[in-house]
Structures are given as C-alpha cells and as structure tokens.
Write a protein that binds this ligand. Sequence first.
Ligand code: 2P0
Length: 345
Amino acid sequence: MVYVASTTAPVNIATLKYWGKRDKDLNLPTNSSISVTLAQEDLRTLTSAATDEGFTQDKLWLNGKEESLDSARTQQCLADLRGLRQQVEAQDPQAPKMSQWKLHIVSENNFPTAAGLASSAAGFAALVVAIAKLYQLPQDYSEISKIARKGSGSACRSLFGGYVAWEMGENLDGSDSKAVEVAPLNHWPNMKAAILVVSDMKKDTPSTSGMQLTVKTSDLFQERIKNVVPQRFEEMKQAIRNKDFPTFADLTMKDSNSFHATCLDSYPPIFYMNDTSRKIIRLVHSINAFYNETIVAYTYDAGPNAVLYYLEENESKLFAFIYKLFDKVSGWETKYTEAELNDFL
Ligand code: 2P0
C-alpha cells in the first residue's frame, strides 16, 4: 500500500534579515529575523511525499525533473524526520514501519525559478511538512521548523503563513532556534507586496558563502548583530501587532540597507543590488516624501529584485509612480499630472 501526503508552503520575504551563521552545520543564525509570508495563491511550493515498503530508492522530482536528494542538508532533514517517525512506531506497534521505507517526493513551484526569488525556503519547508504529515508526527510546526531550518535557514519561516519570527536561540544544539508566528496573515489583511523583477540572472554570491564571508571580515556586521538587530526585532514585532505601517516600513527599509551595508563591508565586498535597485530605493523615498507619509517600503534579499510592501488602499498612489517610471503599462491613468510625477523622479 502506498501512503501519500501533500502540502503547500509559501515563499517568505524577510523584513528583518537573517545574515550570518553561528553554526554552519546546524544553520544556527547570529541574529533573529522576521518575515512576511506571501499569500499561498501567489507564490508557493506544492509537495507530495509517498512511501511504500516496495520503493527501492529515495527519489525527488522538482518541477517535473528528477533531482538528487544527496545533499548533506537534505539527508539531515530526512534522517531527523525518520528519527521522529521511529518514536511514533515505538509507541504504536500497529503503526506501519515507514521509517524503514524509501520516499518518493514530487515538488512543484507555481512561480518561475527565473523570477530570482529564493525558492529554497518554500521548497525545504514543503518537503519537511509533507513528510511530517505522511509520518503523522505529533510535533507542532515550531518544533518541525527546526528540521526545515537545517535544510535552509530561511525555510523555517515558511512553515507559517503571515508574520513570522525566527528566534535565533542560544543553545549550541539548536534546540531553541525555531520559527514562531507573530501574527497570522488575516491579522493585517490589507498588507500587500509587489515584486519588481530587476534581473532574472542567477545571483553572484550564494547566500551561504556570502554570509560566511561577512561574518569573517565585516566589522560593521558585529555592530549590526550586537547593537542594532536585537532592538529592531522587538520593535518590528510590536509594529506588526499594532498594524503600525509607517514604523514597520521604516524598520524594514533600514534593515534592508543595514544588511546590504554589511555586504559592502565584507572583504572583498559583495554587491547584490544594482543601479536599477538603487533607482527604486530613491523612488520609494521620493514617493513617501511626495505624500508626506510613509506609504511604501522596499526590501532586497541576496539579489537585485525589489519587494515593495504597501497597504492595499495606497495601491494606486504607489503605482502612479511605478508605471510612470517604467513607462510600459498601457491603460493606466492617474490623477497626478506629468509635471507633478516628474518633479519627484
Ligand atoms: C533572509 N536571506 O532572511 C535572508 C536575507 C537572504 C538575505 O535567508 O545557508 O538561503 O540555506 O541558511 O536561508 C538566504 O539564506 O541560507 C536568506 P542558508 P538561506 O531571508
């Protein structure tokens, strides 16, 4: 008999960035982080896991293509999940001995890989949750997030929808480094994200090696993790709970800038943003100045693409500028004059 379980996991975009590991093998971070999960209909990974006594090999198909499961990180996730399944089997002698059987995993993203979005977070989260469901593990999602974390640090945050914190923890074994929900998606339903794809090229420096270099060489990074992020972590959680957009937006933009500053301060320096990214940053500050109110925030991960956060009621105010700048969207009308928009560009 083939047993099957499926799940989806959303893409998450950090508003308080994870950058730096205190333990590379366990993916333990040097600071806590916060993310906003994008709505599942928009960007998500759908994964099914199947197991059967007769399967002869662990196998994975990603977007229709067979891929290897050999990486140490994936193997660690599978070993941890099988370990927890053994506990279930030890307690219930009737439970099928799935921990001994091979797995077949099928995974599919509903967004183009070329969009340059971190897909590993949603991918590992969906993989781990699908198998946890298949194995009927009793642990809650925070507990399971520790396994996803070993696959890819940011993956632990994709186990929850909405607003999520990854608490860095203190223990050397990672037992307290896990994701927790700050607020569900429907807590702040008018929050929206727009992704401006600046480039769909593969990024220059992979995150894992980039953060290792930053930890080793940047002085600014020490300041960031000791004196900047801990306070910002508390302030951002509070801003989310209070639905205080201007504070949330300011903290998000400052943290993106702080993260990219530590990249620049690495030696040799790492550049993730390009001229277009910087143009968008200037545009966002101009838009907020134009309205005399913070209505939009930018954030950039380890690449040049911008994610903008804004409230739904401000969508047309924001896109008046975006469409003007990129000048490619027909049928768009705005109440602002050409001269008014130009003044701020
Ligand atoms: C984040 N990023 O918080 C930060 C901001 C990129 C910039 O998490 O080595 O792919 O697998 O733990 O999770 C990218 O790092 O790195 C990342 P690993 P991961 O979203």
